[in-house]
Design a protein around this ligand. Structure first.
Ligand code: ADP
Ligand code: MG
Length: 212
């Protein structure tokens, strides 16, 4: 118990809420699939970042969470790796199924970055992801959605277009991430976010704020 307190203190991890699980100190503690651990090792990562260390045990238990950490602190993998674990526990994708994981992000650039990270890990487990954003032709995005994906990473406006045209649906979404939620709110996306979230039946919430 005292060790946990020390661990958090030295990494400046502060927590709020009830029954917060103890942080995961080494990657192997997190019961991630082997391919994830291999990619981590190949990337040269030595230890979980603080947001991963405290965020992983929360999301792996299916807890809702608001996580706040500075830019470059590994928030993407903090929510993506538990998302892979969650997907692996679901029935395989069938014809016409929508995604299990939905990540909303404020900009096309961020969405593309997240998707690259998702693809890096997902390719080993045949977990498919796609990026849905405005200012680009719809054709290829529709094609990807029709083919079926476990993970959608989207900016809110274009996702709503795709939902209204019934190119995908959110019926299977049980893991929802609002990446850079503070920025999305600053950009005035709240009505769109509410509209999207209202279509998610069971919410596994994970909100990620970036402090600049
Ligand atoms: P954030 O979203 O917090 O701004 P990112 O998730 O984009 O940060 O991560 C920033 C960089 O850190 C990425 O290149 C990522 O691959 C790398 N990274 C992630 N986790 C670790 C880790 N445990 N150790 C070292 N580098 C990491
Ligand atoms: Mg980020």
């Amino acid at each position: 118990e005292q060790e946990v307190t020390m661990y958090r203190a030295t990494r400046e991890i502060t927590i709020e809420g009830h029954d917060v699980p103890k942080p995961i100190r080494i990657f192997q503690e997190a019961n991630f699939p082997d391919y994830c651990l291999e990619v981590i090792a190949r990337s040269g990562f030595v230890e979980p970042t603080p947001i991963q260390s405290q965020g992983w045990p929360m999301s792996l238990r299916g807890r809702d969470l608001i996580a706040i950490a500075e830019t470059g602190s590994g928030k993407t993998l903090a929510y993506l790796l538990p998302a892979f674990v969650h997907i692996s526990a679901q029935p395989r994708l069938a014809q016409g199924d929508g995604p299990v994981v939905l990540v909303l992000a404020p900009t096309r650039e961020l969405a593309v970055q997240i998707q690259q990270e998702a693809a890096k890990f997902g390719s080993y487990a045949n977990i498919r992801s796609t990026c849905i954003y405005g200012g680009a032709p719809k054709g290829p995005q529709i094609r990807d959605l029709k083919r079926g994906v476990e993970i959608i990473i989207a900016t809110p406006g274009r996702l709503i277009d795709m939902l209204e045209a019934q190119h995908t649906n959110l019926k299977r979404v049980t893991y929802l991430v609002l990446d850079e939620a503070d920025r999305m709110l600053d950009m005035g996306f709240e009505p769109q976010i509410r509209k999207i979230v209202s279509q998610v039946l069971i919410i596994f919430h994970l909100i990620s704020f970036t402090v600049i």
